[in-house]
Design a protein around this ligand. Structure first.
Ligand SMILES: [Zn+2]
Length: 71
């Protein structure tokens, strides 16, 4: 559990479709479109960037405290 490599760059979006070209330049790759799935995430097969819909971002960023009794 302690040797897990941190995931690559995560990009938060508010659309269900994203386009990635790796940022252009030497690190770029052909412009590719991805649909965010039911879980609101997509991963770029070229540059390993991960796209996360903002509605799902609470799973990945420091959230506001969840309401008590949400369980
Ligand atoms: Zn990419």
């Amino acid at each position: 559990m302690s040797d897990i490599i941190p995931p690559p760059e995560v990009i938060y979006v508010d659309a269900h479709k994203v386009a990635c070209n790796g940022g252009g330049g030497a690190l770029g790759h052909p412009l590719t479109y991805y649909d965010l799935g039911e879980d609101g995430t997509a991963e770029c097969g070229y540059c390993d960037r991960k796209f996360v819909h903002k509605d799902h971002a609470h799973d990945y960023v420091d959230p506001a405290p969840r309401p008590e009794g949400d369980h």
